[in-house]
Design a protein around this ligand. Structure first.
Ligand SMILES: *Cc1c(COP(=O)(O)O)cnc(C)c1O
Length: 446
């Protein structure tokens, strides 16, 4: 037998798949040990689900690990980010800049604070906010910038922070894809005023449903407690805020289920070791992918002292020009048939979704986006086209996210990529150029 099963006839066209066995154990996540189970069982058996003693222990350990003074654990990442926005003082008529290429929970919460999302384009290499586009979004109402370290890639903080400083803007880092990723040797989430992390089951640091807000700023921290943790209002020391304690400002209750915090405490013991193995497997794999012309992994340059942390949602750039125009959708279809369960595209750009255009969520008789803005203002910056965000879904593929480093298995996946990229001509005659790549959630094609 040659290098490939059936001499390179693609599995999509009747050949044998390149990946010869079920390797789902390589992808199973999170990795649950007896220790995790016992920690969760203890919470349930003692009826301590709605307390916050274990949660506060988790917060303390999380803050230490992720190098911030304060951590506030919430029931999900969406809530942690919501608390963070309120904590930073985002309110009526404020504009908040965010990259269009992200999950909606990086920004959509601003609506409930009567604020306005303003989308910036992304950098085509990092897929994070393009620092050069931020100033195109700034008006006198701009209050903050949300930076998303997209798919584990650290955003260009050295270019972003000076713009924020120049215009006196707050910076919020959404680290939901990038737990423990390093930007020039420093952990992401330690640059801005505050940071939010999703810890839902699919993320790198997975504890079930959960999220964490981190900050060094006591006022942001206490305002976040005022907003989402009414039962912990007794912790607030700020005299201005103390007046309001007892009822959550805004009406949100975001307490973490203690089964999640107990699970998280165990996870804190293991994530570094798990991330190290993932990093080794993914870098080995990406070195091979980068040897294939037409494919290029999305990761920081070598020796840049930057890492992708746990490699959530690993991606590669797909250059259809190298494959006589073969569409990314058809390429991925062929990869799937070889036994590589990946998808084409990434997040669909938010600025094109009706929620950020004409949708009238609160029945105000006008689109929510502009409902709290002064009348007669220039809204050009809200309706710009963002060419990189608009075209990226046809140019990227997901890579398999290995949780273990087993060279023989990883090599089979490399061979599947080699087989399809070498045999791509077999696919050209029947390329329907499916236009629908990416989605608004990583789990569903919607
Ligand atoms: C997952 C995610 C969130 C929200 O987290 P949940 O825990 O699902 O509420 C926020 N931002 C980004 C970029 C995410 O991927």
């Amino acid at each position: 037998m040659g290098k490939y099963n059936l001499n390179g006839v693609l599995a999509l066209l009747g050949g044998l798949p390149a990946v010869t066995a079920d390797y789902s154990d390589m992808f199973k996540w999170p990795i649950v040990t007896r220790e995790h189970c016992e920690a969760v069982l203890k919470v349930i058996n003692t009826g301590n689900m709605s307390g916050w003693d274990i949660t506060m222990e988790f917060e303390k350990a999380y803050a230490e690990n992720f190098e911030r003074k304060y951590a506030l654990a919430c029931n999900n990442g969406t809530a942690a980010i919501h608390c963070g926005f309120f904590g930073m003082g985002i309110g009526n008529g404020d504009e908040v800049i965010c990259p269009s290429l992200t999950y909606w929970a990086s920004i959509l919460q601003v609506y409930s604070l009567r604020s306005v999302p303003v989308f910036a384009d992304i950098d085509p290499q990092t897929l994070c906010i393009d620092p050069n586009d931020i100033e195109n979004c700034i008006t006198k109402r701009t209050k903050a910038i949300v930076v998303v370290h997209y798919a584990g890639m650290p955003a260009d903080m050295d270019s972003i922070m000076p713009v924020a400083k120049k215009h006196n803007l707050k910076v919020f880092e959404d680290c939901s894809h990038a737990h423990a990723a390093l930007y020039k040797g420093m952990q992401v989430g330690t640059f801005g005023d505050a940071a939010g992390f999703s810890l839902m089951s699919g993320k790198s640091f997975a504890i079930g449903e959960g999220g964490v807000l981190t900050t060094d700023n006591k006022e942001i921290y206490e305002r976040a407690i005022l907003f989402g943790m009414y039962e912990r209002h007794g912790m607030i020391e700020n005299e201005q805020l103390k007046k309001y304690i007892g009822i959550p400002a805004g009406g949100y209750k975001y307490r973490m289920h203690q089964a999640s915090s107990a699970f998280g405490l165990v996870q804190l013991k293991y994530y570094k070791q798990q991330f190290a193995e993932i990093d080794e497997a993914m870098n080995y794999f990406c070195d091979k992918i980068d040897g294939i012309s037409g494919l290029k992994s999305h990761r920081p340059a070598k020796n840049s002292n930057m890492t992708k942390g746990g490699w959530y949602f690993p991606l590669a750039f797909y250059d259809s020009g190298q494959f006589d125009g073969l569409s990314v959708g058809r390429f991925v279809e062929a990869m799937n048939a070889e036994g590589v369960k990946i998808r084409s595209g990434c997040n669909r750009p938010l600025h094109l979704h009706p929620a950020f255009n004409d949708m009238d969520i609160y029945a105000a008789g006008q689109p929510t986006r502009t409902a709290d803005m002064p009348n007669d203002i220039d809204t050009k910056h809200l309706t710009r086209s963002l060419p990189v965000s608009e075209s990226i879904n046809d140019k990227v593929i997901q890579l398999p996210w290995f949780k273990h480093f087993r060279k023989d298995v990883v090599d089979q996946y490399v061979q599947a990529f080699e087989k399809v990229t070498e045999g791509y001509k077999q696919l050209l005659h029947d390329d329907k150029r499916r236009a629908e790549n990416g989605g608004y959630s990583s789990a569903f094609r919607i």
